[in-house]
Design a protein around this ligand. Sequence first.
Ligand SMILES: [Mg+2]
Length: 262
Amino acid sequence: MDAMDTTGARDMMPSDGGIRLVAFDGDDTLWRSQDYFDRAQEDYERIVGAYVDLADARVLERLYDIEKTNLAWFGYGVKGMTLSMIEAAVAITGQRISAADVHRIVQLAKDLLRHPVELLPGIREAVEAIAAEHEVVLITKGDLFHQEAKVRDSGLAGLFHRIEIVSEKDDPTYARLLEEFGIAPAQFVMVGNSLRSDIAPVLRLGGWGVHMPYHTTWSHEREADVAAFAARMRVSEDPRGLPAAVAAIAAEAARLAASAAA
Ligand SMILES: [Mg+2]
């Protein structure tokens, strides 16, 4: 994990017994990401499609299987995806893929790492509005080097009390971060586009979530069931709805804290 303390040892804001910390995901919550991966995937299919029939569903299933298995080896991000693409291309083509085409796949990765950071419309205003009411932090996963560059180029780093770049966003990671922050799960809201990585683990720990769906999501990040915890989740269709969703949660959390104290 890499922690970048952007504001020094500033104390957490006083609270009304409700929410004390709001965390934001990075990719597809603050800035566009999956669109670029989708485009790389299309280019990849054009390269591999010269060797095999992509109408055969098993071909792309094989790539997804390799990507999922390789997460345990390479982690998330462009570099792991690229190695998986190369491994799958070798397997799918029966080792017929040319060195020139392998080189093209590596170029796809470099293009992905070079793309400019494009903020979602209205997200800066939304983060500013929420930061005026609560401490805010950024929790993102992926290649450390790439994520650091995106945080820097986003121009948003100064808004966040802390920036955490983690290798996986699961229950143990959030539990460890909350312990480091000195925050109980019931005082914590996570805002993000991925049910699997941003919302479900936090709800399972007893925290709150604001799900902001993105128009395209990697299949892996859609695998989550949050129905049992729906009372502690709100949905915002776009960044403009985020301050109201967080305010609704803060009011509900304060009410629960007050009735528990009574
Ligand atoms: Mg995301």
